[in-house]
Design a protein around this ligand. Structure first.
Ligand code: IMP
Length: 427
């Protein structure tokens, strides 16, 4: 019996899609519990590439039940398009369940995301412009629209008219934009409700029953710990809880039901969007790692910022999430580099610190303290066991384990499912 949570241990884009897809082979159920279509996973199955934003990658296995739980914010147009895309590629999507309590990303959320970012000028957050922040704002402000409302015309009429009155006030008065038309929105979202109806359920019941039956349930985190609204680099964060605690609230299970949490970390670091990034490489080495690793966002196509591995960030992630181990991805991207740096601490005005700073002002002055390890020049993409790796690659992994304090349980050396070294069973 196992319920395990997989989280991003850095700033998102750690390669969770590949790790989750790999583990989904053994899972009976895969659950998304936070974020929305700001996320993007690329999964390669038999040389075929699938790009997913909302539907858990478990959908690519014929017997895995997939759930989009209450903590996710759903843009119905995007979800329906993704379902059509999967169906057109022969994937059976009838095994998907969507929470009736999940909040809906409305067109005014997407519009306000862009307007807010524009208004911030050089203080912009670099959001994905998918309306995620504004949708979570409305959830907290208690004027959100939930999936269940789309199934009930009277409920939708009442809630949408209340929300739209406020949104049109902001759009017209604060931003000088055109107001949105109630009737058009109402009809369109009732239509989405009809299309989604077969998938909608109280998913907390489904998930709890699966756990109680002893099924293997995988909770698929989106984004990463450093983008957590409480524990990340606020305000340069997303609006949900990508850290492990988010799984309990976002899926409607008690924390006691979670058996283990694993973090996914790249063998280096990337970040997309603005905000602090102490180990960032702003030079040609950073550019060359970006090109080798094809570090461009799955969702927005933006070039990712690239830097050295940061053990301070990873230790923070181990603590915030209670990690039992790390899955280390994209180790092959480092092939051929003569030397590799790992940040072991930061040097700040206050002196040397080993914990990730809790304030922006300290973080601003943080300079990484690096330890340098020798690289390897043989390509490692074909390695299937730890013993297949060059000594220096093994040494790099061991050093990460020493610095971070948890074992590396899985190493990914390529995009395909087979390009994976398993060191310990995760389920
Ligand atoms: P938002 O989630 O669109 O509001 O964006 C807030 C911050 O989170 C921005 O820096 C985004 O680039 C970042 N972000 C959101 N989703 C992802 C993701 O899936 N991967 C990496 N960064 C993300």
């Amino acid at each position: 019996m196992a319920a395990i949570v997989i989280v991003g241990a850095q700033w998102g884009d750690e390669g969770k899609g590949k790790v989750i897809d790999f583990l989904a082979q053994q899972a009976d159920m895969v659950v998304r519990h936070q974020g929305g279509n700001n996320a993007g996973h690329t999964v390669v199955v038999n040389d075929q590439e699938f790009k997913l934003h909302l539907v858990p990658s478990g959908i690519l296995y014929p017997n895995t039940l997939c759930v989009i739980a209450n903590g996710v914010v759903i843009d119905p147009a995007v979800l329906l398009e993704e379902l059509h895309y999967l169906q057109s590629r022969g994937v059976d999507v009838s095994r998907l369940k969507i929470s009736s309590k999940a909040h809906v990303v409305m067109p005014y959320h997407t519009q306000l995301d862009a307007l807010n970012e524009n208004h911030r000028g050089d203080q912009k957050l670099g959001t994905t412009l998918r309306g995620i922040g504004p949708a979570y704002m409305d959830k907290a402000a208690r004027i959100g629209i939930r999936i269940a409302d789309l199934l009930h015309p009277e409920e939708l009429r009442e809630r949408l008219s209340r929300a739209l009155e406020e949104k049109n006030r902001v759009l017209t008065r604060a931003y000088g934009a055109e107001p949105l038309d109630f009737d058009a929105l109402y009809e369109r979202f009732l239509g989405y409700g009809d299309a989604l109806r077969p998938y909608v359920a109280d998913t907390s019941i489904i998930i709890n029953e699966a756990i109680d039956r002893g099924d293997r349930v995988l909770f698929e985190g989106a984004q990463g710990t450093m983008l957590d609204i409480d524990h990340g680099t606020y305000p340069y964060v997303t609006s949900s809880h990508p850290s492990a605690g988010g799984a309990a609230i976002g899926a409607g299970i008690g924390p006691t039901k979670i058996n283990r949490v694993y973090g996914v970390a790249k063998a280096y670091t990337t970040r997309v969007g603005d905000g602090p990034f102490p180990t960032e490489l702003r030079d040609s080495l950073g550019d060359s790692i970006r090109e080798r690793g094809q570090e461009y966002g799955t969702t927005t196509g933006r070039p990712r910022r690239v830097g050295w591995l940061d053990a301070v960030v990873l230790r923070h992630s181990v603590r915030i999430n209670g990690l039992a181990g790390l899955a280390l991805t994209r180790l092959d991207v480092l092939d051929g580099l003569p030397a590799l740096n790992i940040a072991t601490a930061y040097r700040c005005r206050e002196g040397e610190i080993k914990e990730f700073p809790d304030t922006a002002s300290v973080l601003r002055t943080a300079e990484p303290v690096y330890e340098t390890l020798p690289g390897w020049d043989t390509p490692i993409g074909q390695a299937r066991h730890l013993r297949d790796l060059p000594d220096n690659a093994r040494r790099y992994i061991e050093r990460i384990e020493e610095l971070v304090g948890v074992p590396v349980v899985l190493v990914s050396v390529g995009r395909e499912r087979a390009s994976t070294i398993v060191r310990a069973e995760m389920f």
